[in-house]
Write a protein of this length. Structure first.
Length: 225
């Protein structure tokens, strides 16, 4: 793989694609949380995106780092458990490069660093029915594809697919962390909303790289919900 920077405008396209995807799925994510937690996840996501948009409008970003930092700050200012965790996750992604756009290697390292931060502060592992169940296989897949010098677009798509499969697998789990852990077996059969959101994030990254923001298959989420 030529480890040149990802295409110009990747960060901007990713953030805008992410905004659109989440706004379309806010109610679905909220419904998952009502069935597995306390029902505030969708509202928190929407609030985080509004804060991020306000940050962007106040100070238009000029680089990948600035775009992702605006998103990070939007989530860090949101209540609940997931808001700060996603905020720290995006903060690590924002820090992955000092250039206008990250290289595939830098992006992969940022994703792995974001996962490590979420695990450190959330005390979650794969199988605990959290966003880690989507982020861990995505980070592992992307790192392997980058190490094997694969095509960047195919690498991001494979990472997104791994995240989707990981998120889908949470439906059969009993939560060990988060609000869903309080209801135990009641939440079995329900997709974890944090994992679903993490999978959407990776899907929007792949779509942004391909410059196809409208081509995001969320049929897996519709089927499970």
């Amino acid at each position: 793989m030529n480890d040149a920077a990802l295409p110009a405008g990747f960060g901007e396209r990713w953030v805008n694609t992410m905004f659109a995807a989440f706004l379309d799925r806010t109610e679905a994510l909220a419904d998952l949380d009502r069935r597995a937690g306390d029902g505030d996840f969708g509202a928190n996501i929407a609030a985080a995106l509004r804060r991020a948009r306000t940050n962007i409008d106040a100070e238009p970003p000029a680089s990948y780092t600035a775009w992702l930092t605006a998103v990070s700050r939007g989530f860090l200012g949101t209540g609940g458990t997931s808001g700060p965790l996603f905020g720290m996750f995006f903060r690590e992604l924002a820090r992955c490069t000092s250039n206008s756009e990250p290289s595939p290697t830098e992006f992969s390292r940022g994703l792995s660093a974001g996962l490590a931060t979420v695990q450190r502060y959330g005390n979650a592992e794969v199988g605990h029915k959290t966003m880690v169940d989507a982020l861990a296989p995505a980070a592992e897949t992307l790192a392997a594809r980058v190490a094997a010098a694969g095509d960047p677009g195919e690498a991001l798509a494979a990472a997104a697919d791994a995240a989707v499969q990981g998120a889908a697998g949470t439906a059969s789990l009993v939560a060990k962390r988060g609000r869903a852990s309080y209801v135990g077996e009641v939440a079995r059969g329900v997709l974890d909303p944090g994992a679903a959101a993490a999978a959407l994030i990776l899907q929007t990254a792949a779509a942004a790289y391909a410059d196809q923001p409208g081509v995001i298959d969320t049929g897996w989420l519709d089927t499970i919900t």
